[in-house]
Design a protein around this ligand. Structure first.
Ligand code: PGA
Length: 252
């Protein structure tokens, strides 16, 4: 089922072992909706325990270093994540781009490191509010896609793009369904440009204040292949209705 919708929880810097029970509840829910692919990205400290605890949902990380090993105090490499049980890595999240100075070329290097370690990768892109107000949103986002996407032989089936407008993350504000569709079409065009025909198979997730109330609408927008969910992924009660919305796009 290569095109089944993909719903991914990004726990950010939240979660201790006490929250593994919540992850198990998410996993049991995921098992009820086999038409949806579910992933959870906890902090590094929980990757191993969560990978052991979950059976249906895949477990990923929120960042990796571009090098496989070395004198990089405090960093974690993609092969280490694979060893801990992760199957995917989110790279280029706007919080990392903004707070850790990650550039498109750094994001690309991290994505390529993740793929080289046998992991899947979710590459995040998105414009700021000022860029949208200036009418530059599509140019900024397609530029990020072009410059951050990993390159290499046979990698495309393991690449996902997440479009997350920076101004929609954690704010409760979301773009209109029309604006989401327009941006996802622009990203698809760039994927075809970057990867040729294979660009058609890359899932494009929407992220930014997705919740149980707006998920069905956002998931119905053009070219939306799933969602990257922050705040509403921390409990099964908040997250599973989003998974359900992906399973039944016509449901309320
Ligand atoms: P949010 O975060 O759902 O809390 O807005 C999304 C994200 O940053 O991935």
């Amino acid at each position: 089922m290569p095109n089944r919708p993909y719903i991914v929880g990004n726990w950010k810097m939240n979660g201790t072992r006490a929250m593994l029970a919540e992850a198990r509840a998410i996993d049991r829910g995921a098992a009820r909706y086999p038409s949806v692919r579910v992933g959870v990205a906890p902090p590094f400290t929980l990757v191993s325990a969560m990978a052991e605890a979950l059976q249906t949902a895949s477990v990923g990380a929120q960042d990796c270093h571009a090098e496989a090993s070395g004198a990089f105090t405090g960093n974690v490499s993609a092969p280490m994540l694979g060893d801990a049980g992760a199957s995917f890595v989110i790279v280029g999240h706007s919080e990392r781009r903004a707070m850790h100075g990650e550039t498109d070329s750094m994001v690309r290097a991290k994505a390529e490191a993740a793929l080289a370690a046998g992991l899947e990768v979710i590459v995040c892109v998105g414009e700021t509010e000022a860029e949208r107000d200036a009418g530059q949103a599509e140019a900024v986002v397609t530029g990020q896609v072009a410059a951050s996407l990993p390159q290499g032989e046979g990698i495309v089936p393991r690449v996902t793009v997440a479009y997350e407008p920076v101004w929609a993350i954690g704010t409760g504000r979301v773009p209109s369904v029309d604006d989401v569709g327009a941006m996802h079409r622009a990203i698809r065009a760039q994927l075809l440009e970057s990867y040729g025909d294979e660009g058609a198979i890359v899932r494009i997730l929407y992220g930014g204040s997705v919740n149980a109330g707006n998920a069905a609408n956002l998931l119905a927008a053009d070219e939306v292949g799933g969602a990257l969910v922050g705040g509403a992924s921390l409990t099964a009660d908040a997250f599973l209705p989003i998974v359900l919305a992906a399973a039944s796009p016509d449901a309320e």
